[in-house]
Design a protein around this ligand. Structure first.
Ligand code: HEC
Length: 278
């Protein structure tokens, strides 16, 4: 009997560890100063797993994912982070998706699920990004309602969810008087919503696109008409740019972002990344 058990155990173990690398999926959750790592089994136990069908935004076809209920998760995390005003979805490649507390509380993330696999606990499909193909591992936030994309742009390679106070986390994006500078403030709001996920200013923000203030502000070495055209459609300059086109922005929107960027040239703050964890 004993021997039989042992053999069964060995076979199971061999079967369980897939060919080469056995990745234990974990999600880092930061609520204020507290950081926890939750493994997939822990997440499933706490929030329950389900199968969801979506029209995949990036793969451009219907997909079925094994997923966790994101609303349940965020509600639980929010209960542990009273001072937060923003969710950050941090991806392995340096992408940072931001969703305001107000948008979450207004139900704008209700159709989202946190996918962890296609069949079982892993992904097979790969997402085209510029010229590359990227696996969505370990987590991929997907939505059953297409409209959700404008709130959260389906972050893949998701490694962490952070509940932060925006101004405390990104103090170097502000300057004294910003609130009263109407056009610059409009540009700041837009930058915060659309650009910060990929770009940093004073080294605070995402890492997919270039830093735009240190050591030289982008408006110090690119002229305005070029910037306007580039921001509207980066791929009209560089084929398959990782920077998306912003067809929905008005000329005024784009001008206001440029005004904000110009103002920031007078407020360079180098130094470390400060509070921004990686
Ligand atoms: C998904 C990521 C992403 C987003 C979102 C994004 N960018 Fe970019 N951006 C990039 C990348 C990557 C580059 C590098 C250029 C390239 O590869 O085409 C870039 C380049 C730039 C440049 C430099 C152009 C040059 O000639 O050096 C500017 C200016 C810029 N982005 C502004 C913006 C603004 C403003 C927004 C928001 C409205 C924005 N970007 C949103 C990824 C992004």
């Amino acid at each position: 009997m004993r021997i039989r058990f042992a053999i069964v155990a060995v076979c199971l173990a061999a079967h369980c560890s897939p060919s080469s690398k056995h990745v234990i999926k974990e999600l880092t959750v930061k609520t204020g100063l507290v950081e926890k790592k939750l493994t997939l089994p822990e997440l499933k136990k706490r929030f329950g797993a389900e199968t969801v069908k979506v029209e995949d935004y990036y793969l451009k076809r219907p997909m079925r994912y094994n997923a966790l209920n994101l609303k349940k998760m965020l509600t639980a995390f929010a209960a542990e982070a009273p001072g937060y005003d923003e969710f950050i979805f941090r991806c392995a490649d340096g992408y940072l998706a931001h969703v305001s507390r107000a948008d979450f509380e207004a139900g704008k993330l209700d159709s989202f699920h946190l996918a962890f696999g296609e069949s079982g606990d892993s992904f097979k499909s790969e997402i085209p990004q510029g010229k590359a193909l990227i696996s969505p591992e370990p987590f991929y936030a997907v939505a059953t309602d297409k409209a959700g994309f404008s709130t959260l742009s389906w972050p893949y390679e998701l490694i962490a969810i952070e509940l932060v106070n925006f101004k405390a986390m990104f103090p170097k994006l502000y300057f004294a008087g910003l609130e009263n500078d109407k056009i610059a403030k409009a540009g700041f709001d837009l930058f915060r919503k659309e650009c910060l996920k990929c770009h940093s200013l004073n080294l605070q923000g995402g890492d997919i696109g270039p830093e735009l203030n240190i050591p030289r502000n982008i408006t110090e070495y690119r002229d305005e008409s070029y910037l306007k055209a580039f921001i509207r459609n980066a791929s009209s300059y560089r084929a398959k740019s990782k920077m998306p086109a912003f067809a929905g922005l008005t000329d005024q929107d784009i001008s206001s972002v440029i005004v904000y960027l110009k103002r920031m040239a007078g407020h360079k703050q180098a130094g470390s990344k400060g509070a921004q964890p990686r």
